[in-house]
Design a protein around this ligand. Structure first.
Ligand SMILES: CC(C)(COP(=O)(O)OP(=O)(O)OC[C@H]1O[C@@H](n2cnc3c(N)ncnc32)[C@H](O)[C@@H]1OP(=O)(O)O)[C@@H](O)C(=O)NCCC(=O)NCCS
Length: 170
């Protein structure tokens, strides 16, 4: 399988925040944003693998800034690293200024998707070849995030999380 770049999976989803999607403070409801991010990440994972993909875990979400009703929100998702059958998807969420159109980053998240065959069995995915400085940074940090996620899920012993342990040892 030929390696692919993050640009080949990059997915942009732009939509408004409607009143039915808000909390009592008239800001975007967290679960609605999680769903939008999951959809964009799923498309990015599919573009990279050209397989059926399923969400394996949500590794990190930061709701840094409230998003008011009426806002125009863009969810940008791209594969940040591919392993054997799993892919880390990095998601940036942008809000567009109503007057000057400038975008500011309001949230980010990291999801893990797994490519599966028709029976749901995990199947191999192409490698990722990062190009920009940001893509290389995200690529390099992805293995320790995978190890942390596996340790927290009880699927890896902390002792085996070599990349994670290296963070704490000089
Ligand atoms: C995700 C799923 C396919 C993994 O199946 P599994 O039997 O655990 O398969 P494996 O142990 O071989 O793991 C497959 C890959 O997922 C990775 N993985 C599994 N759980 C993970 C987690 N919590 N965090 C990060 N990676 C994880 C494994 O490390 C492995 O990656 P690699 O092959 O790239 O090294 C399976 O658990 C599943 O189908 N879950 C339901 C998915 C779903 O329905 N999602 C929508 C929820 S509503």
């Amino acid at each position: 399988m030929e390696p692919k770049t993050p640009s080949e999976s990059r997915t942009l989803m732009t939509d408004m925040v409607l009143p039915s999607e808000t909390n009592p403070l008239n800001n975007l409801f967290g679960g609605e944003l999680l769903a939008r991010m999951d959809r964009a990440a799923s498309i990015a994972a599919r573009r990279h693998s050209r397989r059926i993909t399923v969400t394996a875990s949500v590794n990190h979400v930061a709701f840094n800034q409230a998003v008011p009703v009426g806002s125009v929100v863009t969810v940008e998702a791209a594969v940040s690293r591919a392993f054997n059958t799993s892919m880390e998807i990095y998601i940036d969420v942008w809000m567009e200024d109503r007057f000057n159109g400038e975008r500011s980053k309001v949230n980010e998240a990291i999801y893990t998707f797994v490519a599966v065959d028709d029976t749901g069995k995990p199947t191999r995915v192409p490698e990722l070849k990062p190009e920009t400085a940001l893509e290389i940074d995200r690529f390099n940090a992805a293995l320790r995030r995978k190890q942390l996620s596996l340790v927290l899920a009880g699927k890896m012993k902390p002792h085996d999380a070599t990349e994670l342990k290296a963070l704490f040892v000089d």
